[in-house]
Design a protein around this ligand. Structure first.
Ligand code: NCD
Length: 308
């Protein structure tokens, strides 16, 4: 797929390496501007975008909104709580109403997997999936992979372990699909109920021992226990989880160079302790800056798309 053919970004499952690299080239351009606080050209002046967040968000929603405003768009933020959905309006009628306003871009986060694909069927707007249930979170995948590439240069044979609640994680899937394109060695680690039975079919190794995962990895991508998706019921307790899978200063002594990523929000003293989350090896805040740059790049590319 060439950039000019990219109308929507619904997942990384079918995105090829060349294409991702193209996105990253433009991301680097925006990253420099953001770091040096240089205004970016308002190349999307007059375009319109709606951020449809049916599920809560801090980093993703804020960085979408900021990138949209930096590029000059007219931005509308939809929040379910103050919408007519409170009066009983259905999701479908809500979406049809929004469609009638002819937004150029639609950014959607929904707790049900597949909602962005449903919208794609009848919407003429360009759509970005900002996380659909347990399915995919392509912008998070892109920003994580960009961060790893920035840090390590080469991703081929890089040992990346995704740790924690894999079975409920859209971030894990997008990272696996994207990192596979770059031939990274991907593993997953977590308690058995958190490891999907068919995960090896995606070309990843399963590790059940946290200490082994720390020792053998160049980078860890930590995931939150997704309490809102009933993940807590699969564990005896969060403190038990922390004892076996929590990443602590003590645990990383066996591999002091290891880099730590986390998409946020972090649950301190569950999957990570505070000290580790703020140490030099932690990429967490750099991920947020990179997320803003990735979004600027995506809007630029999608705006240039010739696909109707
Ligand atoms: C994640 C999400 O919402 O999918 N966070 C994010 O978007 N930065 C991860 C999570 O909620 O655990």
């Amino acid at each position: 797929m060439k950039n000019e053919n990219m109308k929507n970004l619904l997942g990384l499952r079918n995105l090829k390496k060349d294409y991702i690299e193209e996105i990253f080239k433009i991301t680097s351009y925006y990253k420099k501007k953001i770091e040096n606080k240089i205004c970016v050209e308002k190349i999307l002046d007059g375009k319109s975008v709606i951020n449809l967040f049916f599920e809560s968000s801090t980093r993703t929603q804020t960085s979408f909104e900021l990138s949209e405003k930096m590029l000059g768009m007219n931005v509308v933020n939809f929040s379910k709580g103050s919408s007519s959905m409170n009066k009983g309006e259905s999701l479908l009628d809500t979406l049809k109403t929004i469609e009638s306003m002819k937004f150029d871009f639609l950014v959607v986060r929904h707790q049900v997997p597949g909602v962005p694909y449903l919208i794609e069927k009848y919407s003429s707007s360009k759509i970005i999936n900002a996380g659909d249930g347990t399915n995919e979170h392509p912008t998070q995948g892109l920003l994580d992979i960009y961060t790893l590439k920035e840090e390590f240069g080469e991703l081929k044979n890089l040992n990346v372990c995704i740790m924690g609640n894999i079975s409920h994680s859209r971030v894990a899937k997008s990272n696996i699909f994207g990192l596979k394109q770059f031939d990274a060695n991907i593993s997953v680690c977590g308690p058995i109920p958190f490891i999907p039975r068919d995960i090896e079919g995606l070309g990843v190794n399963v590790m059940l021992d946290t200490n082994e995962a720390v020792k053998k990895s160049d980078a860890l991508i930590l995931l939150r226990v997704q309490m809102e998706r009933e993940a807590g019921t699969m564990l005896s307790s969060l403190s038990e989880y922390n004892r076996h899978y929590g990443i602590t200063m003590d645990r990383i002594k066996s591999n002091p160079e290891i880099k730590i990523l986390h998409p946020g929000p972090m649950n301190i003293n569950v999957e990570i302790d505070y000290e580790t989350s703020v140490m030099q090896n932690s990429m967490v805040l750099r991920q947020v800056t990179n997320g803003l740059a990735v979004k600027c790049a995506l809007f630029k590319i999608m705006n240039e798309s010739k696909v109707k």
